[in-house]
Design a binder for this molecule. Structure first.
Ligand code: MF3
Ligand code: CO
Length: 249
């Protein structure tokens, strides 16, 4: 599929979707506490999304049973809501969720520390978030897609962390996953030219240890192969001729 360039009307709707998603993340971060199950977190998230007149984009996506992916510690992404998974003090919890507003999508992820977390965990969360901002310095007309990938990967590797290679960012619009795919590490080429009006979900997934990941037998939850901690940070952005607009912040 070709990469779509959004019209001014579509961009306006994606701004609305992004603003709502940003609010959902802010509110959710305040709600999540030690002792809660990931099932409870999912229910709260779904209710928040619906309270803004949006549809949870994850719910039913390829059969996904929740509105948010809740990935704890060595879980990288796509952690399933479960009554048996209880968040504890010292955990790091990645929350990845998306909304549909009037047919337009926004997708974003944050990693939270619960209570006191280790210095190592804190640094992982900070570096993962910062790698997104390093990447989007190149997210504007005049640069190429994989300039973003290279900036993310090069920054993260300075810390000795593993950039997950098996999962990527993506275009987004009326569909959650549109072309192009956006790796989070340096490619051999610079890739396609970026153009104003492209909307992209940039989402580094970073492990303290090796980049390798494995799928667990629930068929969804992705974990680090070496059991190391993993963090995730994602926003939906708009490419312009100047600074990118971060729609979900
Ligand atoms: N949010 C993921 C992404 O960023 C997709 C989640 S898949 C779902 O691409 F099934 F959980 F929705
Ligand atoms: Co995404």
């Amino acid at each position: 599929m070709p990469v779509t360039i959004k019209s001014e009307r579509e961009i306006q709707l994606m701004r609305e979707a992004g603003k709502i998603l940003a609010r959902v993340h802010e509110e959710l971060a305040k709600e999540v506490k030690a002792g809660m199950s990931s099932y409870q977190i999912d229910k709260i998230c779904e209710e928040m999304i619906r309270s803004y007149g949006c549809t949870p984009s994850f719910l039913g996506y390829e059969g996904y049973p929740g509105s948010v992916c809740i990935s704890i510690n060595d879980e990288v992404v796509h952690g399933l809501p479960s009554k048996d998974k209880i968040v504890k003090d010292g955990d790091i919890v990645s929350l990845d969720t998306g909304v549909i507003y009037k047919g337009y999508q926004s997708d974003a992820a944050r990693t939270l520390g619960i209570g006191e977390i280790s210095k190592e965990a804190k640094q992982l969360i900070d570096v993962t978030k910062q790698s997104f901002f390093e990447g989007i310095r190149f997210a504007r007309e005049g640069y190429h897609l994989y300039d973003i990938s290279a900036a993310i990967g090069d920054y993260v590797e300075k810390f000795g962390y593993g950039v997950v290679r098996d999962l990527v960012g993506h275009g987004i619009g009326t569909e959650m996953h549109e072309d192009p795919q956006i790796p989070n590490f340096r490619q051999k080429r610079r890739g396609m030219k970026l153009q104003a009006g492209m909307t992209l979900a940039i989402e580094p997934m970073i492990n303290i240890g090796r980049p390798d990941v494995a799928w667990t037998d629930d068929d969804w939850t992705v974990v680090t192969d070496d059991g190391s901690l993993s963090a995730h940070y994602e926003n939906t952005i708009l490419i312009t001729k100047g600074e990118p607009e971060i729609l979900s912040l």
